[in-house]
Write a protein that binds this ligand. Structure first.
Ligand code: HEC
Length: 130
């Protein structure tokens, strides 16, 4: 008799566990790009801007008079700082996460992981116009 009750109880536990696990959902993992060596200064003009402009990677759409932010070489800095960067929490900067390779916010061209790392490093270093 005792064994049957034990069996029933463990069955209840198993069913409850199954229900609980069925309700969990997968978080989208944001793999972190390799951190930039803090002694390597990330230049906005020579490291960040080319991500946007080479091969019209981003500027195909994010150009003057078109979709914001304007990522053309002469306008990108004022378009991005301060609106798209968060110096207190660099990873929450929208220029970093919006087109991050594992985001589902930007249905268009995504950054590569290493490009995202360069942008994050630049923001961590104060998002300077350098
Ligand atoms: C094919 C066109 C296209 C390309 C190429 C493109 N984007 Fe976009 N992007 C859009 C559009 C359209 C929106 C606004 C609609 C939306 O939310 O998707 C947008 C929105 C954004 C936003 C958010 C804007 C805001 O005000 O919140 C960011 C940041 C962004 N894109 C960055 C990039 C970066 C970085 C690249 C290059 C890797 C890029 N985009 C390439 C079309 C494009």
């Amino acid at each position: 008799m005792y064994q049957i009750r034990l069996l029933k109880q463990s069955l209840v536990v198993v069913v409850l566990l199954l229900i609980a696990s069925a309700c969990t959902y997968d978080f989208i993992e944001m793999p972190n790009p390799d951190p930039i060596d803090p002694t390597d200064t990330v230049s906005f003009q020579s490291a960040v801007v080319p991500i946007f402009t080479s091969g019209n990677n981003c500027t195909a759409c994010h150009t003057t008079g078109a979709t914001a932010p304007d990522l053309t070489a002469s306008k990108a800095y004022s378009a991005l700082v301060p609106a798209y960067v968060n110096l207190n929490d660099p990873e929450s900067s929208s220029i970093y996460w919006f087109a991050h390779p594992s985001s589902n916010t930007h249905g268009w061209k995504k950054l590569s992981l290493s490009e995202a790392g360069i942008i994050l490093g630049w923001i961590q270093q104060g998002a300077q116009n350098n």
